[in-house]
Design a protein around this ligand. Structure first.
Ligand code: C2E
Ligand code: MG
Ligand code: MG
Ligand code: MG
Length: 281
């Protein structure tokens, strides 16, 4: 009886696995055509200076509008795209699309673009960044590339060489999800970072957990010591924002300050003085 039950469960398990494998294959396949079918869309989330409350830039966050599945979250499809190599055309599309978009804004706000390990280590990545800046006419200083610690470790010397070439173009580099990866403080020193982004897992409990508060204070101290501005991700409450402001954190990003949305939702932030004056008239 137990044996029978066991077999049944196994069959059930296999069926489920089969479905998962098939589903994954399907996603892999669909991803290959997502760019050309126009199913990808970039959402933008404001990054705000805490002391003045003004928006200083946006992070570009990819969305996949699948014809049958609806919106597929990046945490699901980006790892698959990285494994299959689809991330290369997809990442290039995001970079080009966001630089083209940002070049049209009246205010020279920054645009932060996530770069995966596969892109960073692919031959010609620095040249691609150069070409996209040239083609779109975006000022290099307005582009910031977000790289995680984990993306560096695949090949540290190679990552360093590529990032140095990108820096030489005048592009900024931010360390994303700081504190969650293979954190090595020597990476912070050896790599040409311009900013540290504190992961939302620390920000989230900064007002309720003394440990989280201590970690955030420590990262802020590290930033001060190294002369790097710090941005806190995932700010959802005014209590979190107040804590960060009191601890002299430079920038914040999160649902409290603005959810990721199509750029049209932020026309008031990207419009310059000229447009504002016209609107008032
Ligand atoms: P990330 O770069 O750390 O992006 C921050 C994530 O936190 C985003 O999730 C954003 O929507 C979410 N978030 C922002 N504020 C809040 C908040 O207040 N509360 C909560 N709970 N979440 C908040 P999203 O858009 O789902 O993206 C997830 C991850 O997917 C990103 O993490 C990034 O690693 C990756 N990703 C997104 N777009 C791209 C892309 O174009 N290229 C690559 N390579 N990766 C991307
Ligand atoms: Mg990011
Ligand atoms: Mg992050
Ligand atoms: Mg909280």
């Amino acid at each position: 009886r137990a044996k029978q039950e066991g077999r049944g469960r196994l069959r059930f398990y296999e069926a489920r696995m089969g479905l998962q494998v098939r589903e994954r294959r399907q996603i892999e396949h669909d991803l290959r055509h997502a760019v050309e079918r126009g199913e990808l869309k970039v959402f933008y989330q404001p990054q705000t200076r805490i002391d003045s409350g003004e928006a200083v830039g946006f992070e570009a966050l990819l969305r996949w509008q699948h014809p049958e599945r609806g919106t597929v979250p990046p945490n699901l499809f980006i790892p698959i795209a990285e494994e299959t190599g689809s991330i290369l055309p997809i990442g290039e599309w995001v970079l080009r699309e966001t630089c083209r978009e940002a070049a049209t804004w009246e205010k020279p706000l920054r645009i932060a673009v996530n770069v995966s390990a596969v892109q960073l280590h692919a031959p010609g990545f620095a040249e691609l960044v150069h070409e996209v800046l040239f083609t779109t006419g975006l000022a290099p200083a307005r582009l910031e590339l977000e790289i995680t610690e984990t993306a560096l470790i695949r090949d540290l010397p190679r990552a360093l060489a590529t990032l140095r070439r990108i820096k030489a173009l005048g592009v900024r580099i931010a360390m994303d999800d700081f504190g969650t990866g293979y954190s090595s403080l020597s990476n912070l020193r050896a790599f040409p970072f311009d900013k540290i982004k504190i992961d939302s897992s620390f920000t989230r409990s900064v007002d309720t957990s003394e440990q989280a508060a201590t970690i955030v204070r420590t990262v802020l101290g590290l930033g001060r010591g190294l002369g790097l501005p710090v941005l806190a991700e995932g700010v959802e409450t005014s209590a979190e924002l107040a804590f960060l402001g009191a601890e002299a954190c430079h920038e914040a990003q999160g649902y409290l300050l603005g959810r990721p949305a199509p750029i049209g939702a932020f026309g008031h932030l990207t419009a310059g003085r000229l447009r504002a004056a016209e609107d008032a008239a």
